[in-house]
Design a protein around this ligand. Structure first.
Ligand code: XMP
Length: 321
């Protein structure tokens, strides 16, 4: 019998027993796992926790503010780092998807290590590793998830310089996602973060096809916000496992008033899946798709065409890059 309240108390006791008076560092990605861990650690060790949220400029509309609004009032010692210029500088002109991922991973570690030195020294690094992550990496089937908040997958923790030789704290190692969501509810994490779809560590950089620019990120952010808000408004969000918008590099001819336009095509994608290894495209109602298309072309003037992705995984992937 799984009793969430007892589990929370046990996890808090476990963290206190492990870290004692030690100082704990945590990377917050804005997802449910690291946010919930932030709340748990704040309860367990208070000011001994430093949670670092790196704004790499690849987040969705209002995301940084939402994370701050969720965690600061609940006592999380949260530091937001504006690293947007660094990431943009490193990504300029880069169009290969794997190259983008590598650069983002590298810049993330660089920024995180810098913050660790500024606010340190720390004794522990906390990570929101879940049971399925542990199984996958033990089985050697897949590497551990490469989300922005997963420091360990970016380098060997034991191989860090002496002043950053952390011991790991992973209180969620025995838990499944649903259990973390239940814990999140007890700890007061707002619903929109608690039930949020997964969002990749490289963020919107892999949803702007080809080289990213500030302008393209800004266009995509507005399209994504209309689509995701629309899914929530129509009660369709929870029925999808993941939904996203893509800014394609295709420009096509359109017409607005008496003028011909030559603007970008946005693609919408929504999938249902149990494990993200295979997925079906979500059969969203035509009326909903029509409303989304109208809203997007009316509000985002850089877009004159909207398409809906009707491909399963395989052969497609969920993301376009
Ligand atoms: P694909 O596109 O491979 O995505 O079908 C499967 C799931 O993984 C997420 N994804 C990533 N997550 N870093 C991440 O943290 C990445 O580089 C990355 N690439 C894909 C994707 O959003 C989906 O949930």
């Amino acid at each position: 019998d799984w009793n969430a309240e007892h589990i929370v108390e046990d996890l808090i006791d476990g963290v206190r027993a492990q870290v004692g008076d030690g100082r704990v560092l945590l990377a917050i990605s804005g997802g449910v796992d690291s946010s919930t861990l932030g709340l748990l650690l704040a309860r367990a060790v208070g000011e001994k926790l430093t949670a670092v949220f790196i704004d790499h400029g690849l987040l969705r509309l209002g995301e940084r503010e939402q994370v701050e609004a969720a965690l600061l009032p609940l006592g999380v010692n949260l530091i937001t780092v504006d690293a947007r210029a660094e990431f943009m500088g490193a990504l300029t002109g880069v169009s290969d998807p794997e190259q983008k991922r590598k650069i983002i991973g590298r810049e993330f570690i660089r920024a995180f290590e810098r913050e660790a030195r500024i606010h340190g020294p720390f004794d522990y690094l906390a990570q929101g590793t879940l049971y399925p992550d542990v199984i996958e990496s033990a089985g050697g089937l897949h590497s551990e998830k490469s989300g922005a908040a997963n420091i360990k997958s970016h380098h060997n923790v034991g191989g860090l310089p002496d002043d950053l030789a952390f011991k790991l704290v992973e209180p969620f190692r025995t838990l499944f996602k649903d259990e973390v969501r239940e814990i999140a509810r007890l700890l007061g994490l707002p619903e929109h973060i608690r039930m949020r779809h997964p969002f990749p560590g490289p963020g919107l950089a892999i949803r702007v096809i080809g080289a990213i620019t500030e302008e393209k990120l800004d266009i995509l952010r507005r399209v994504d916000d209309i689509f995701i808000s629309g899914l929530r408004e129509f009660g369709l969000y929870d029925g999808c496992s993941q939904a996203l918008a893509v800014l394609t590099p295709i420009q096509s001819v359109g017409v607005m008033g008496d003028e011909r336009t030559y603007s970008y095509t946005a693609a919408l994608r929504a999938v249902t899946t149990d494990d993200f290894m295979t997925a079906e495209w979500a059969r969203l109602p035509y009326e909903f798709l029509a409303t989304m298309s109208n809203r997007i072309v009316n509000h985002v003037h850089e877009i004159n065409r909207v398409v809906y992705d009707i491909t399963g995984k395989p052969p497609a992937t969920i993301e376009w890059e």
